[in-house]
Each structure stands twice: as structure tokens, then as C-alpha cells.
Ligand binder design. Structure first.
Ligand code: GLU
Length: 288
């Protein structure tokens, strides 16, 4: 099977250093494998979206030498596919409507378990929809972070796949689109390691294949906090891409010192002795 990787940013701000690391890491793994690298804009959450950021992220990536092998898939145009997946789950009685508020769930660790809704059904307002999660351990081996095991019943409970506003959750959209795009290898930041068991469980419920996973170290600030787009932290400058690209390569412990004036040479040089198994295995470290 041909390797297919992807970078799947959310349009919640300009491209920042943390997402550049994920983009570079996933691009290098795909090119090293002689595979394809695809883009997906995860624009399914209008309330969190920052106007103009999808276009700004997509315009920035080529400036860093990161050019996708197919047109970008926009999740905002994929609602029919999420509806179809949702209807499959509903027909199999794997989802249920939920009217619980945060305070209803306060006494249950904020979690919903055993397919039971604490609040009474309210015909006057739309429900959220949750996936019934049995008492099951999900095991997988992350290519960088090693063997993982999560009891979904304990850690996530019956998680929401369709929100009260009618918006689909990241977890559902992500698994539907990873399958649709034929993704064989997911390379992304370690902040999403925790989502992986939920995604694998959803893949099983929907009869979709499970890709291989490789979670890269997260870029942290000096205080050990995630550099986050939504904090507007560390945007990278596509007009002057070399410093941030060098810094992203150094962050991934790859060669970045060559005397070059263009991003293509710098990426080519990083690819020469690139070995995905030698990427840093920690879950995060601070930016030099
Ligand atoms: N859209 C997610 C983010 O920007 C990443 C999703 C993924 O790589 O699975 O954090």
C-alpha cells in the first residue's frame, strides 16, 4: 500500500511554530517513504474559526517548501459524508441523544457513561449525540511514543460526536476523512495522542481502516506550556521562511545548518539521512 500522510490544521489562527513542526514532520515522513502528502483544512467549527486563517495557513505552507500532492480537502464541504457516518451509527444504535448540561455531569467527573442520560429529554431543545462506549481497552503502538492503552469507558466515557448546535466533532470528522483520503500514516503533535484511542474505536464502529500513528513532540514554551495558535503564540513568517524552518528541523533533531538560501535545499538536506525512527521520542520539549 502506498504511504499517504497528511497535515490537517484547524483555521484558528495563522500558521505557528507548533503546527509548522507537525507539517514538516509529516511531510518528511511521507517523502522519505516515497509516498504522498495531503492537506486537509479542518474548518468544521465556525465558532472557533479565525476569519482569514484558512487562507493564510494554505498560503504559508508552500513558502516553507511544503506542497501537497492533491487539492486541499475542506471539512466544511464534507458534511454529507459526516451525516452518512452518523446515520450508520444511529441505525446500529451506537449513538444516543443527550440533554445533559455541564452541571448535570459534575457529579460524574464531567463524564457520561453507560449510555445513560442524567437530564430528562427536552423536546424543546436539540440534543447532543454521544457514542455508546463499552468498557473496553483500546491498544495501539505509536511509532514514536511506544505502546499505548486506554480504557475508553474510564477516560472518555460516551463521547460527543455531534454537538447541540448540530456541528460534528473533530473525532468523527477526522476518522471519516482519514479514511476518505486513504491516509495510511498519521503524523501529528502529541497533544492528539489522547484522541487516538477514541478515533480507533470510531474506526471500528464504522468499519474503517486504522492508519499507523506517530505523535511528534509538542513545542513548549519556557514554562512548559503548549505553543498554541489560539494564544496567537509564535506565528511564523512566510515572507522569511528560513529561520523558522531551520528551527523546526532543529526541534526535530534534524540537520539544519547547511549554507543555503532556499527552503527546498534545506528540506532536501534534512531528507538525505532522514530516519523516522530517530525522531525525538519525548512527548514535548521547549523551543531552542
Ligand atoms: N486539526 C487538528 C489541529 O489543528 C489536528 C488534527 C489531526 O492532525 O488529527 O490541532
Amino acid at each position: 500500500m502506498t504511504y499517504r500522510g497528511r497535515f490537517a490544521p484547524s483555521p484558528t489562527g495563522h500558521l505557528h511554530f507548533g503546527s509548522l513542526v507537525a507539517a514538516v514532520g509529516s511531510w518528511l515522513c511521507a517523502r522519505h517513504a516515497g509516498g504522498q502528502w495531503l492537506l486537509r483544512m479542518e474548518d468544521i467549527d465556525p465558532p472557533r474559526e479565525v476569519a482569514g486563517s484558512a487562507a493564510s495557513i494554505l498560503a504559508a505552507l508552500p513558502a516553507f517548501g511544503l506542497v501537497a500532492d492533491a487539492p486541499t480537502l475542506f471539512q466544511s464541504q464534507r458534511v454529507a459524508a459526516y451525516d452518512a457516518a452518523f446515520e450508520r451509527l444511529r441505525a446500529a444504535d451506537q449513538v444516543f441523544p443527550c440533554w445533559c448540561s455541564r452541571s448535570d455531569l459534575a457529579g460524574a467527573d464531567g463524564m457520561h457513561r453507560d449510555g445513560r442520560c442524567i437530564a430528562a429529554p427536552d423536546p424543546n431543545r436539540p440534543p447532543a449525540w454521544r457514542l455508546r462506549v463499552p468498557d473496553i481497552e483500546v491498544d495501539f503502538v505509536d511509532a514514536l511514543q511506544g505502546p499505548q492503552r486506554q480504557n475508553l469507558h474510564e477516560s472518555a466515557g460516551d463521547f460527543v460526536i455531534k454537538r447541540v448546535e448540530g456541528l460534528y466533532s473533530y473525532q468523527l470528522a477526522c476518522v471519516v476523512d482519514d479514511a476518505f483520503q486513504g491516509i495510511t500514516d498519521v503524523v501529528r503533535g502529541s497533544d492528539l495522542l489522547d484522541s487516538t484511542a477514541r478515533q480507533i474505536w470510531l474506526q471500528r464502529c464504522l468499519g474503517l481502516p486504522t492508519p499507523a500513528y506517530r505523535h511528534l513532540p509538542l513545542a513548549l514554551d519556557a514554562e512548559g506550556r503548549k505553543l498554541s495558535k489560539s494564544d496567537r503564540a509564535c506565528p511564523v513568517d512566510p515572507a522569511s521562511p528560513l529561520p523558522a524552518l531551520r528551527q523546526a528541523l532543529v526541534f526535530l533533531q534534524l540537520p539544519a545548518s547547511g549554507d543555503t538560501a532556499n527552503v527546498q535545499d534545506l528540506l532536501a538536506q534534512a531528507l538525505v539521512n532522514f530516519d523516522p525512527a530517530l525522531l525525538p521520542q519525548c512527548s514535548g520539549h521547549s523551543v531552542a
